[in-house]
Design a protein around this ligand. Structure first.
Ligand SMILES: *[C@@H]1O[C@H](CO)[C@@H](O)[C@H](O)[C@H]1NC(C)=O
Ligand SMILES: [Cu+2]
Length: 400
């Protein structure tokens, strides 16, 4: 891809551009629900759906019920034992061999990297598209499944509640202790960046992660679209598609710029309560306004660094999965928190199939989605309409 095309693509996907519809304010005077109330209502309704006392319009087998359903927790709400088992299992995937064809992706050094390659391959067809949330739901579930089946992880995929921590570097996710997801990067002098309408100031990190379970983690794939200060001289990948082996440290620039604005709990609640149709909901989730950058992009850029700030390679940042877990939860809350809307919202599907072309072919609920080598055995190519609910199709989980 040409540089300009690549930048447009980033802007479209990591969400930092304005559109006429995005000028509509999120806030409305009648909205007073908190994210806690929204969560509680969504869970109550989703449990009714599971019990068969409320219809979401889908059919589901008896295999997923109140006794078998998994409960995904916020990372900080997990016990220390649960958190340590999670990072142990992630490190296990980082140490297992890749299942990709030998030689095709020289930077894919581990089973974990298989997931990164799949995301790199799929990026243009799963961002700013109809399947954005469906594909990522499927992708996270496949990762959770790999942690459990290939690395004996005993619990479920955690999420990062964006509105919960006012100071991210000292939060249970990033405080760098043995129960965290590793610390911030070491401080190195660097500049911020400007993407679309948003200027991101340099944060308190920028260097290698030296503390916690992912201290000195080596990243091999990418970068493909780094957003870090070029003065940091992050080495380029030997392969133009980013698939070559480019060993370098995991860098973070965990910062509070976004949690003070786009990721405030009040902003998140308003986003859920102010967008009744999926098209509006998705667009406003992924696009900037003059007031604030998009919710999805803001999570990524709260971690930033390399590869966290790279739209193609960002799953190589271990906290990617907590961020996208929360994105899935945000969609789940939107679909479930109003009892009368559950049926309508569950099956809504709208948008194109290519991130750079808003006029690309419309996505259809029957479109199969692909995870290739990341799919659990026999579970590749599942259509989007099997991903409408977290308790139907291949899934059986709720959020607490
Ligand atoms: C990480 O690497 C640095 C620099 O090589 C080294 O000083 C440090 O001990 C390492 N830390 C861990 C936890 O391995
Ligand atoms: Cu993605």
């Amino acid at each position: 891809m040409a540089g300009g095309t690549v930048l447009n693509a980033l802007v479209a996907a990591l969400c930092l551009f304005s559109s006429p519809s995005a000028a509509v304010p999120f806030f409305s005077k009648r909205q007073t629900l908190t994210t806690e109330t929204i969560q509680a209502q969504a869970l109550a309704n989703a449990q009714k759906v599971l019990a068969g006392t409320l219809s979401d319009g889908l059919t589901r087998g008896a295999g997923c019920n109140k006794d078998t359903v998994a409960i995904r927790k916020e990372f900080g709400d997990m016990t220390k034992e649960e958190r340590v088992d999670y990072t142990r299992a992630v490190k296990c995937l980082l140490n297992k061999p890749s299942k990709l064809p030998a030689g095709k992706y020289p930077g894919a050094k581990s089973r974990y990297d298989d997931f990164v390659v799949v995301h790199m391959n799929m990026t243009p067809s799963v961002h700013a598209t109809a399947n954005f949330m469906h594909w990522h739901r499927y992708y996270i579930w496949a990762y959770e499944t790999a942690l459990k089946t290939e690395c004996d992880y005993k619990y479920y995929q955690p999420y990062w509640n964006w509105g919960k921590y006012a100071d991210l570097p000292t939060s249970p996710i990033f405080n760098g202790d043995e129960y965290s997801m590793g610390g911030n990067g070491e401080y190195v002098a660097h500049k911020g960046t400007s993407i679309g309408m948003t200027t991101i100031p340099a944060g308190p990190g920028g260097g290698c992660v030296r503390t916690g379970p992912f201290a000195n983690l080596t990243i091999h794939l990418g970068p493909l679209m780094s957003t870090m200060d070029p003065a940091l001289k992050i080495p380029s990948n030997p392969n133009p598609q980013g698939y070559g082996d480019n060993p370098r440290c995991l860098r973070r620039d965990v910062n509070n710029f976004f949690v003070k604005n786009a990721l405030l709990a009040t902003t998140l609640a308003s986003h859920i309560t102010s967008n009744a149709a999926i098209g509006k909901f998705q667009d406003t989730l992924q696009t900037d306004t003059a007031q604030r950058s998009s919710i999805h992009g803001s999570g990524h850029f709260s971690i930033w660094g390399d590869p966290g700030g790279d739209v193609y390679v960002s799953p190589a940042e271990p906290v990617f999965w907590l961020h996208h877990g929360q994105l899935d939860r945000h969609w789940w809350m939107w679909a479930n928190y109003l009892e009368k809307e559950v049926k309508t919202r569950t099956s809504q599907y709208e948008g194109g199939t290519n991130w750079q072309n808003p006029n690309s072919a419309r996505g259809k609920p029957t479109d199969p989605q692909w995870l290739d080598v990341a799919a659990p055995t026999g579970k590749n190519g599942i259509p989007s309409n099997q991903m409408f609910s977290t308790t139907s199709g291949p899934f059986c989980y709720l959020y607490q």
